[in-house]
Design a protein around this ligand. Structure first.
Ligand code: FAD
Length: 469
């Protein structure tokens, strides 16, 4: 049966695009954190939406499950197949064309396999901004961004990927092509199918193209790095920055002392902006539509006020693009520095912004009591209430042994999040990693409504089974 399936797949894609060799398959089966290696019957590389649709129809005919994949940078084991070896990976990476740019409508239409960085560059060529920005932007695809409703560093001003998408083209679980590539900002004509497929992690269908919103390119971007005594001070600084900078404030990231310390250790070319260490730091970015000097003036005035009211202890303001990039590198390299340091237990949580200091105080104490000496790597998109609150082994014990406490640590962190009205997955999704965990925190009614949607759109349960739900 599988021989017939594979031969039919080759007929659809042409030779060279059906990978059955283990070595060739490996990059598609290993998750980004290198903690999970799945198995697949084949990795399929279609070159057009028609080929995607034909492959999905073939899967449906043979009862073969398919795992859609973009850049495979997801952090919850959603883009790799399980261990059964019976599913196929359908990689979208050959669907990588920019299809159209409509300057007056401020939209760009792209295929799902386009790299995020290529979409940003295409927008820039037309003096427009596509504001979605993630540290993985050189390898992740817009199909993956949409399917995980990715967040990133500019959510504070522009929203998640959902807010940046106007239309979608989707290959449904039965292999039909739904053309919803509309560039409309208003369209109240029934259930919002687009919003169902966004954030569905490939469990309802395969996104093959999208219409995305563009924005005017800012004239200047100014970055500042502020030193803080406490997480409460970060909250005061955020409130002040929002009040005085308004919509020009496009980024507000929190970085704990230990997070910065790891980056400086593993990226020795990067420098600490200050001569001494502080408990917390905030990275702020403003995007201004007047001039660079206007932007610097806005930022400096706000920082002066923050200094006067003691919200911050020190600050530097980047005056060149290279200085600004160096500050951003301190933030963007935290995940890589942590990976270089060893294994850790990751959490991607969100809270009402006002609860963040309370969450940190409460959870730090609980973890330190239960696991004395554990090291907390706390950083993230504080402006939109999203923290990456990761837990590493005490310096005196090994990471492999420590990781065995994952279940108990997750319980402390996620119970704490839940008690403060937060979410256990802010921007990475559920995948396989949090599929069971979410059952502890979502109501049975909400879960059964989600199950009903899955059954209605994918009755054979062939679209990325075992993920999300
Ligand atoms: P993949 O990993 O290939 O897939 C992710 C999920 O989407 C899977 O469930 C997959 O089945 C599904 N999928 C992929 N393509 C399609 C498609 N065309 N149709 C249907 N389903 C599809 N995420 C954030 O939100 N914010 C961040 O700031 C952020 N920073 C990161 C930094 C680093 C260093 C890394 C490694 C990851 C980061 N991520 C972040 C996570 C990740 O990059 C994002 O989730 C990204 O959106 C995934 O895109 P991808 O193309 O790699 O998708």
């Amino acid at each position: 049966m599988s021989a017939v399936f594979l031969a039919s797949s080759v007929q659809i894609t042409g030779p060279g695009f059906v990978l059955t060799d283990e070595t060739a398959q490996q990059p598609y089966l290993l998750d980004w954190r290198k903690r999970y290696l799945g198995k697949a019957l084949a990795v399929l590389l279609p070159g057009s939406r028609e080929e995607v649709a034909a492959l999905v129809r073939l899967c449906a005919e043979h009862g073969i499950a398919c795992v859609p994949q973009g850049g495979n940078t997801g952090l919850v084991m959603g883009s790799v197949p399980d261990q059964s070896g019976t599913a196929v990976v359908i990689s979208l990476k050959r669907l990588n064309r920019i299809l159209a740019v409509d300057i007056e409508n401020n939209t760009i239409t792209v295929e799902a396999g386009c790299l995020l960085a290529d979409i940003q560059a295409a927008a820039e060529q037309h003096q427009r901004l596509f504001p979605l920005s993630l540290a993985s932007e050189g390898s992740c695809t817009i199909g993956g961004n949409l399917s995980t409703n990715a967040g990133g560093t500019a959510v504070l001003r522009y929203g998640n990927t959902r807010e940046l998408c106007l239309g979608l083209e989707v290959v449904t679980a039965s292999g039909n092509i739904w053309n919803g590539l509309r560039g409309l900002r208003k369209d109240n004509t029934g259930y919002d199918l687009r919003d169902l497929y966004i954030g569905a992690e490939g469990t309802l269908g395969i996104i093959t193209a999208a219409v995305l919103k563009l924005f005017p390119e800012p004239k200047a971007k100014i970055t500042a790095f502020a030193a803080l005594e406490t997480a409460e001070a970060a909250l005061s600084l955020l409130s002040l920055a929002q009040a005085s900078l308004g919509p020009t404030l496009t980024g507000f990231e929190l970085i704990s002392a230990f997070s910065l310390q790891l980056v400086l250790k593993h990226f020795p070319k990067l420098k600490n902006p200050f001569e001494r260490n502080f408990p917390y730091y905030a990275l702020l970015e403003i995007s201004d539509h007047e001039t660079e000097s206007h932007a610097i003036d806005l930022m400096e005035k706000m920082l002066e006020t923050a200094m006067q009211n003691a919200s911050i202890l020190n600050a530097v303001c980047a005056t060149s693009i290279s200085q600004s990039k160096s500050l951003w590198h301190l933030r963007e390299n935290i995940s890589a520095a942590q990976a270089a340091e060893g294994m850790n237990i990751k959490h991607d949580i969100s809270l009402p912004v006002s609860q963040i200091p309370h969450f940190i105080a409460l959870t730090d104490t609980q973890l330190e009591t239960a696991f004395p000496g554990c090291q907390l790597v706390c950083f993230g998109h504080m402006g939109d209430g999203n923290l990456h609150y990761n837990v590493s082994a005490p310096s005196t014990s090994g990471d492999v042994e420590f990781i065995k406490n994952q279940e108990a640590i997750n319980r402390i962190v996620h119970d704490s999040v839940n008690s403060l009205g937060g979410s256990i997955s802010a921007e990475h999704g559920l995948g396989m990693l949090k599929r069971e965990e979410i059952k502890l925190y979502k109501s049975s009614l909400e879960l059964s409504l989600m199950q009903a949607i899955k059954m209605a759109l994918d009755p054979q349960n062939l679209m990325n089974p075992g993920k999300l739900i």
